[in-house]
Design a protein around this ligand. Structure first.
Ligand SMILES: [Zn+2]
Length: 469
């Protein structure tokens, strides 16, 4: 598609500015428009409302989407983009495609349920409340997915080549190098979400290739993961809760976090440090993702650590119970024995974990372990901040259970790991754009890049445009 109005390539930040959600970066050249990630905004209401407002550009003018990974804040807006006119391919790795097949229909289902619920209860200002998109919208955009192999440059739109490199964050996750033709060939590297060198299943993130401009995530740009301390508190909380006859609820991101959590639980059980309790995984999406991981591990491939594996199911800590149906899920409420319930969503913004929280929070024997990042405005963040009651499905529930914020099992690089990754670049980029972080984290990483690396960095604003030529 010709873009006669655009003389030189530009990059526009359509999301993940001042927030860890809504990743959307638009590369426009005289010949093409490529959208890198197409995520949902989550968390604070002003952010979530952006999902409902008109997309900043005409979706039909986008030639291709390049997707870094299958988390909703990176891919969750795709069904709406396609419904509103996008007709191009969505390029991603095979792992991302497999996970998107789970994540996008699930997201659509939640949107439909929320709308139906609002209509039954009259809790929406809009009558009737409509879902942001439907399961059919999700299925339609999945037909647009095309597989990109790691390390192979491919032309995703006229004059724009993309190379996917392993990012070690979740299965299939990639950083993407975009090469833009023009009077000067320009190279833009988008980190996507950067994983950690010590991921138990995935190989570490690839080193950054040579690039003129770099977009780097900053979720933990102001923090250092205290792994040992967090894992110790995780273990102590499980032991203490079981000893008083309670059950531990762990809201968990369905994809990857659940896998890493189960691996660690298995190790603690085998070492006799945590009792061998029933471990319920109550999330159809988490169970489907477990299947994708099991298959990927069996098949091997460059993403999977060569030394990973062994006999049996690596994800069974000992007494794994997979709750597939709604009946399975409700039956967990009747379990008398202390147990561990792993359920999505990770920030308690929706999903089956809500009914477990509603059931378990009022009892002081129980515990809630918050193991992941809790964005502003979510119930998880409210619990982490010590809320004495939280609202779910229109009702307030008192919080008497122990709440432990144990930021373990993070699949995001911390400040030191991000800086170490940047430092491995063959040369200093002209500018590093610090994205995908709340303001304090983005600013801290920006300052560190300038102070420690001596590079030029910027924290872009929402909808800001920068030149790529
Ligand atoms: Zn992610």
């Amino acid at each position: 598609m010709a873009r006669s109005d655009q003389k030189a390539p530009i990059l526009r930040f359509l999301g993940a500015t001042g927030t860890v959600t809504g990743s959307r970066f638009l590369l426009t050249t005289p010949r093409a428009r490529v959208l890198i990630d197409c995520g949902l905004f989550q968390g604070l209401k002003p952010l979530r409302l952006r999902n409902w407002s008109e997309f900043p550009i005409d979706p039909s003018s986008v030639d291709a989407v390049v997707l870094t990974h299958a988390h909703l804040d990176h891919c969750g807006y795709l069904p709406a983009l396609a419904r509103n006119g996008f007709r191009g391919p969505v390029w991603s790795t095979a792992g991302t495609q497999a996970l998107a097949r789970i994540v996008l229909p699930d997201s659509a289902h939640i949107q439909e349920e929320d709308a139906a619920y609002a209509n039954r209860r009259g809790t929406s200002k809009h009558v009737p409340a409509l879902p942001l998109y439907t399961t059919a919208d999700a299925e339609r955009v999945l037909e647009r997915f095309r597989v990109a192999s790691f390390f192979h440059a491919l032309e995703v739109a006229p004059g724009v080549r993309a190379t996917f490199l392993p990012a070690g964050h979740i299965l299939g996750s990639a950083m993407v190098l975009l090469e833009v033709d023009g009077p000067r060939r320009r190279r833009v590297l988008v980190s996507g979400d950067l994983g950690r060198p010590a991921h138990p299943i995935l190989t570490p993130p690839a080193d950054p290739p040579d690039a003129d401009l770099v977009l780097v995530e900053s979720t933990y740009g102001d923090r250092t993961h205290e792994d040992a301390a967090a894992l110790a508190r995780f273990e102590e909380t499980l032991v203490r809760t079981a000893a008083r006859g309670g059950t531990t609820v762990i809201p968990s991101f369905a994809v990857d976090r659940t896998e890493v959590l189960l691996l660690h639980l298995g190790r603690l059980v085998r070492e006799g440090r945590v009792p061998n309790l029933p471990v319920y995984v109550d999330s159809p999406m988490a169970l489907a993702a477990l299947g994708v991981y099991r298959k990927a591990i069996t098949e091997g491939g460059i993403e999977i650590r060569a030394d990973f594996g062994g006999d049996g199911d690596p994800f069974d800590p000992g007494r794994l119970i997979e709750a597939r149906t709604v009946e399975d899920s409700m039956a967990i409420n009747d379990a008398r024995e202390p147990s561990i319930i792993v359920s999505a969503s990770g920030m308690a913004s929706g999903g089956r974990v809500l009914h477990h929280l509603a059931h378990r929070l009022p009892d002081e024997r129980n515990a809630v372990l918050l193991v992941g990042y809790q964005a502003e405005g979510t119930r998880g963040r409210a619990l982490a901040d010590g809320a004495r009651e939280i609202k779910m499905h229109g009702r307030y529930v008192g919080v008497r259970a122990e709440v432990a914020s144990v930021p373990a099992f993070s699949v995001h690089a911390d400040r030191g790991e991000i800086l170490a990754w940047l430092r491995r670049a063959p040369r200093a980029p002209e500018t590093v754009f610090v994205v995908h972080g709340e303001p304090a984290a983005a600013t801290a990483l920006h300052d560190a890049i300038e102070a420690d690396l001596g590079w030029t960095a910027a924290v872009p604003r929402y909808l800001e445009i920068v030149r790529v030529d």
